[in-house]
Design a protein around this ligand. Structure first.
Ligand SMILES: Cc1cc2nc3c(=O)[nH]c(=O)nc-3n(C[C@H](O)[C@H](O)[C@H](O)COP(=O)(O)OP(=O)(O)OC[C@H]3O[C@@H](n4cnc5c(N)ncnc54)[C@H](O)[C@@H]3O)c2cc1C
Length: 556
């Protein structure tokens, strides 16, 4: 990817075929699809790539067992179709970036024969809907086998478990990798570039976007023949900018996660908690040497201050503890995060839990704005395909087949499950470091290692207890358009939300690399450090985890 300054020069005042607004999963999928179909494409993101819902998911590449329940309970055919599409897309998502994805085995504990029958039949149905896209057959396992595989489970009344398979992925890195793949295909992505208005031609059609550069704090224009609104939770805002009379289509559903030490469930299998007080399912899933627990589904009416709250921590722990022999306490929490699902409104549904995760492409006939709304991460590629089909129709050019179905994302070429061993041999790395590098960059990992040599960067780790290399910060700045400490720690490396305290131990090293690369004066570096620490402490306080005074930044 170009540096941000180079990208700005290539974009400011220039004309494109397509301008995609939004740098989450949907926008990045749309940008890649359009560019690969030969349309000259620019992608504008108001914050950092993946800074919205696309880095706050449960990280499952799935059809959704819960949506199967809803489809059956409500005889909802739309829900069934979404499920089928997601199960089909699951395979493509796993295959197109194997280094960022894996198949995970899930255990659904059963406490009576009704549970056994219900989950056995339900998960066979899940398999049947997936058809050839199924990952592994589901099966009932005995109480003894269940406790052998998940010894931390509460054993009272346990009859056994139904085991099934689903996909898992690194959402933020998948998003960044999509943007990188788009750039590699000749596209022009730009972060911290917010669309704040449009210019229209004499027929009232969108002709240009007014863009606010949030880094330089100034505005410029970008011109395009077609504009795609892929702004997730903000879709109605862009629709109103293009067409003030637009009727709102999006409802916001907040979901939160907490991160616990992996020892809470020491095996490699995930737990599905089948019933919560509000009729949902919860997951506890091994995730990068820790355990991810979530999620909630609460309608919200403002996007300000979306944080993990203490009451939500209580809710997640209360439900998890019902299934554990030894209860988990809040002081074991390592990290957490909150996100907002952009759900399409439906006339019938009273609450957001009942809304189907389907998507819709809307063409505003007056302005020509194409909005792609709703959906889920797992269906991002299908959503992009539908949106770019609509773009071609709008532009009056012949329809072409989407090339993304089997398009390997950057870092996937030549990748295999034992690729980490190649890295280990090439660079004499410890096994964990080699595995983690392979899992973040795939076959692009040597590019990270080359920076260690080329830039005379002190080799080694960001902090003694983290398997993250200093060179990864430099790589994020030079190759992935990282502009702030948050861009690196929260999204490029993912440690910021996964382990608050560990990220605080690494932030000074990250700031050193930024100061060197961007020639930051000491005051600017200190300001960035302080802001990062304050943000993390704020997240911890809102989650009810108190003020731990030791996290003040060292003067650097
Ligand atoms: C708690 C939770 C758990 C989930 N779990 C899963 C899961 O396990 N599996 C799954 O498949 N799905 C899951 N999802 C759903 C999935 O995360 C979302 O559907 C998906 O990430 C939405 O992507 P998006 O690109 O549409 O939105 P976003 O990722 O929010 O991206 C929209 C982007 O548009 C940008 N933007 C807004 N306004 C402007 C502007 N004016 N100019 C430029 N850019 C702008 C924003 O900054 C943002 O980055 C989950 C969602 C949540 C919240």
């Amino acid at each position: 990817m170009k540096s941000r300054d180079e990208a700005l020069r290539a974009i400011e005042g220039k004309s494109f075929d397509v301008c995609v607004i939004g740098g989450g999963a949907t926008g990045s999928g749309c940008a890649l699809d359009a560019q690969l179909r030969g349309l000259k494409t620019v992608q504008l993101e108001a914050g950092d790539f993946a800074s919205g819902a696309s880095s706050a998911s449960t990280k499952m590449v799935h059809g959704g067992v819960r949506y199967l329940q809803e489809a059956i309970r409500n005889c909802d055919f739309k829900e069934f179709l979404v499920l089928k599409e997601a199960l089909r897309e699951r395979v493509h998502m796993l295959r197109n970036a194997p280094f960022l994805t894996n198949v995970r085995s899930f255990l659904v504990p059963c406490f009576n024969s009704m549970d056994v029958a219900y989950f056995s039949v339900g998960l066979k149905l899940y398999e049947w809907i997936a058809g050839r896209a199924n990952l592994a057959p589901s099966a009932f396992i005995s109480r003894e086998e269940t406790l052998r595989r998940m010894p931390e489970l509460a054993s009272k009344d346990l009859r056994g478990a139904v085991v099934y398979a689903d996909g898992q992925f690194d959402d933020a890195r998948y998003n960044i990798t999509l943007v990188n793949t788009f750039a590699e295909a000749g596209g022009e992505p730009l972060n911290y570039a917010s669309v704040v208005g449009f210019e229209k031609d004499a027929n009232g059609r969108l002709a240009g976007a007014i863009v606010e550069d949030k880094i330089a704090r100034r505005s410029f224009n970008v011109y395009a023949r077609c504009f795609v609104n892929a702004t997730g939770a903000y879709a109605d805002k862009i629709r109103t900018l293009a067409q003030p009379a637009s009727r709102p289509r999006i409802r916001w559903s907040k979901g939160v996660h907490i991160v616990l030490p992996l020892e809470v469930l020491s095996g490699r299998e995930a737990l599905l908690i089948p019933k919560t007080e509000d009729g949902r399912v919860l997951f506890a899933i091994p995730w990068r040497e820790s355990l991810l627990v979530g999620t909630t589904d609460e309608e919200i009416h403002s996007l300000d201050d979306v944080h993990l709250q203490a009451s939500e921590v209580d809710y997640l722990l209360r439900h998890l503890n019902r299934y554990l022999a030894k209860p988990v306490t809040a002081d074991q929490i390592l990290g957490g995060f909150a996100g907002v699902r952009p759900l399409l409104t439906s006339g019938r549904a009273k609450n957001t839990r009942k809304l189907a995760r389907n998507h819709e492409v809307e063409l505003d006939s007056q302005s020509g704005l194409i909005s792609i709304m709703g959906g889920k991460w797992t269906t991002y590629r299908a959503m992009a395909q539908d949106a770019i089909n609509a773009v071609q129709k709008y532009l009056g050019i012949p329809a072409s087949k989407s090339p993304t179905l089997n398009h390997a994302l950057i870092g996937s070429d030549g990748y295999s499950a034992d690729y980490w061993q190649t890295l280990q041999k090439l660079y004499a790395l410890p096994e964990t470091t080699a595995k983690q590098l392979a899992g973040r960059y795939g076959t692009c990992a040597p590019d990270v290692m080359d920076l260690v040599k080329e830039d005379h960067l002190p080799a080694g780790l960001l902090s003694p207890d983290l398997q993250l290399l200093r060179a990864e910060t430099l790589f994020a700045i030079c190759n992935e358009m990282a502009i702030s400490l948050e861009d690196v720690l929260l999204r490029r490396l993912g440690i910021g939300a996964r382990n608050w305290r560990a990220s605080l131990s690494a932030v000074a090293s990250v700031a050193d690399v930024f100061a060197r690369e961007f020639s930051w004066p000491p005051a600017k570096k200190q300001e960035a450090l302080t802001q990062y620490v304050l943000n993390i402490r704020d997240s911890m306080q809102k989650a009810g985890l108190g003020d731990r005074g030791s996290e003040r930044p060292k003067r650097g």
